[in-house]
Write a protein that binds this ligand. Structure first.
Ligand code: SAM
Length: 281
């Protein structure tokens, strides 16, 4: 395999867009019961994880996505203790959460153990989150897991899922979002990866409307992920109670972030007019 081509909307006849990555080494390539799992070495981005030939994360730019999904919500809580990650099989979100000394437990509800095993073996700089004794892995469907959790039991629920295809579909449903809201403590915070404004317009609008049915407060925020399709990427921050995004006086960004600054914790909510329009806000 000299090149790996990521195709949109999917590999096959209706592909309309492709991103190619030269493969200097195939480190892992197997099919789990859920998806094709590939880890390759690319001269520009280093080691990279693909699921069903869609780019998930690379050694070079993973910090942007993992910091944005984690610290925009987490840094608003004074001493977060319990966190639930839905998906997150590469371990990057768990690693970021473990930067908070107040964290006592991180549960990773990931459906595919092969993703965790391949990430731990070939992406140790990202999957090192799994080595922290506070991190516990719950293999299985994340929607089923959260439905069995008690009310008001988590400070954070972070959805680091694949796109709304295959096993990921359940993680975009209103029932799932309502359960995520139910298990959050009063000042608990939720975030989810929110897809690409340029190629996921319909899914993004639906995600925004669905989140607003489950949470009293929903706010999109944005970042640029070089290896995600079209690079512009949205996230959704949600909570039971309205958050004052202009007041970053009490945000607590942990040491060691490479992307986020205090200023970016506020400016990431500034999204372009065309995105607001598409979201129907
Ligand atoms: N950052 C990536 C993105 O934005 O597409 C996501 C990375 S992470 C590897 C996505 C994880 O979600 C995968 O490991 C996949 O197995 C997991 N996943 C998909 N559907 C799931 C479900 N219903 N329950 C739990 N995990 C799920």
């Amino acid at each position: 395999m000299k090149w790996l081509y990521e195709m949109f909307p999917a590999e096959g006849d209706n592909a309309q867009l492709s991103y190619g990555y030269s493969v200097s080494k195939v480190l892992f390539s197997e099919r789990s019961e859920y998806q094709q799992v590939d880890v390759i070495e690319n001269p520009v981005y280093g080691k990279a994880l693909f699921l069903d030939r869609l780019m998930m994360t690379t050694e070079k730019d993973e910090f942007i996505y993992h910091e944005l999904l984690t610290h925009v919500p987490a840094s608003r809580i004074d001493g977060p203790q319990r966190a639930l990650i839905i998906g997150g099989g590469d371990g990057g979100i768990a690693r970021e959460l473990c930067r908070y000394s107040s964290i006592k437990e991180v549960i990773v509800a990931e459906i595919d153990g092969m993703v965790i095993d391949a990430s731990r073996k070939f992406l140790p700089k990202i999957a090192c989150g799994f080595d922290d004794p506070r991190v516990k892995i719950q293999l299985g469907d994340g929607a089923a897991f959260v439905a069995n959790q008690p009310d008001n039991s988590f400070d954070l629920v972070l959805v680091d899922s694949t796109e709304p295809i295959g096993p990921g579909i359940t993680l975009y449903k209103e029932k799932f979002y309502r359960e995520c809201c139910r298990v959050l403590k009063d000042n608990g915070q939720f975030s989810a990866q929110g897809l690409a404004p340029f190629i996921h317009e319909e899914s993004q609008n639906l995600m925004n409307q669905t989140l607003k049915k489950a949470f009293n407060w929903v706010k999109p925020y944005m970042g640029v992920i070089p290896t995600y399709p079209t690079s512009l990427w949205l996230f959704f921050h949600a909570a039971k109670k309205a958050q004052d995004i202009d007041d970053i006086s009490y945000t607590r960004l942990p040491n060691g972030t490479k992307y986020l600054t205090k200023e970016l914790l506020r400016s990431c909510y500034n999204i372009p007019r065309f995105v607001e329009t598409n979201l129907g806000n």
